[in-house]
Design a protein around this ligand. Structure first.
Ligand SMILES: C[S@@+](CC[C@H](N)C(=O)[O-])C[C@H]1O[C@@H](n2cnc3c(N)ncnc32)[C@H](O)[C@@H]1O
Length: 238
């Protein structure tokens, strides 16, 4: 029996010349992809090889991964996994999108990541290459303040779920939040890590976050204490 028949996730060989350290990382990711039969790990491998100078290592570090894994677990607890049409706003490299799309417990019709930084697009598309090939993933370069989910049109349909894990980055958070349709299912994360210059909208406590983003129906709220900061999460209907 061919090895790729026995284990369908069988990473393709890489022709490019890689530095010894890069090849070692690639080989380990290949092995993990086979062991866990994970197309997500294969996509990470391909993204790392294609974009060696990106900030992928930061986007996938243990703290970033913990915050997203926390979200995935509590979102499943809150919804039972039926998500429909998902929008991840200010979604950076699309790590959370890949986690959700590679988790077979979730029913996702389509998942779009929107970010204003065009340099994120090729990296997010590579990280979600398997789902993009299946027509389940797309990326759009836009300022999320320009989106109008109350009057969906063109490529923007109705949102069943809107996720924003970058609330600490939004200087005009109140304008953005006011523009979301009432009743929409939301997952929001913010933090108290105010020493980072890009963090222009930190909150000090979970209560302060709830005041900033009031929900008519709160399904989950909690905090996750990391070494240097605390991350806050709200799941509910606006
Ligand atoms: C450093 S990243 C994400 C950090 C966050 N903890 C996470 O992983 O979700 C913040 C992202 O927000 C995006 N962003 C900030 N303001 C935005 C806006 N108004 N519209 C679209 N994207 C925005 C940035 O381009 C960047 O990719």
């Amino acid at each position: 029996m061919k090895v790729s028949d026995r284990w369908p996730v069988w990473p393709k060989n890489v022709a490019a010349d890689l530095a010894p350290e890069q090849r070692a990382v690639k080989d380990i990711l290949d092995g993990l992809a086979v062991f866990f039969q994970s197309a997500f790990i294969t996509d990470i491998r391909d993204t790392l090889i294609t974009f060696p100078d990106s900030r992928l290592g930061i986007a996938l570090n243990k703290k970033q991964t913990a915050c997203k894994k926390w979200l995935v677990e509590e979102l499943y607890n809150a919804t039972g996994g039926t998500l429909g049409r998902v929008y991840i706003l200010a979604g950076w490299y699309g790590v959370l999108g890949a986690m959700l799309l590679n988790d077979t417990r979730f029913e996702i019709t389509h998942l779009s990541v929107i970010d204003q930084d065009p340099s994120c697009a090729p990296i997010a598309n590579a990280l979600n290459a398997t789902s993009a090939a299946e027509g389940r993933f797309s990326f759009q370069v836009m300022d999320i303040l320009d989106l109008d989910f109350r009057h969906p049109s063109g490529t923007f349909g109705r949102a069943d779920l809107i996720v924003n894990t970058s609330c600490e980055h939004l200087s005009n958070f109140d304008d953005w939040y006011r523009g979301l349709p009432n009743g929409t299912l939301l997952v929001l994360q913010s933090n108290n890590y105010s020493s980072i210059p890009d963090h222009v909208n930190c909150v000090a406590t979970l209560d302060a976050f709830q005041e900033q983003a009031p929900m008519t129906e709160l399904l989950y709220c909690g905090n996750l204490e990391l070494e240097k900061y605390t991350r806050f999460m709200l799941i509910g209907r606006k």
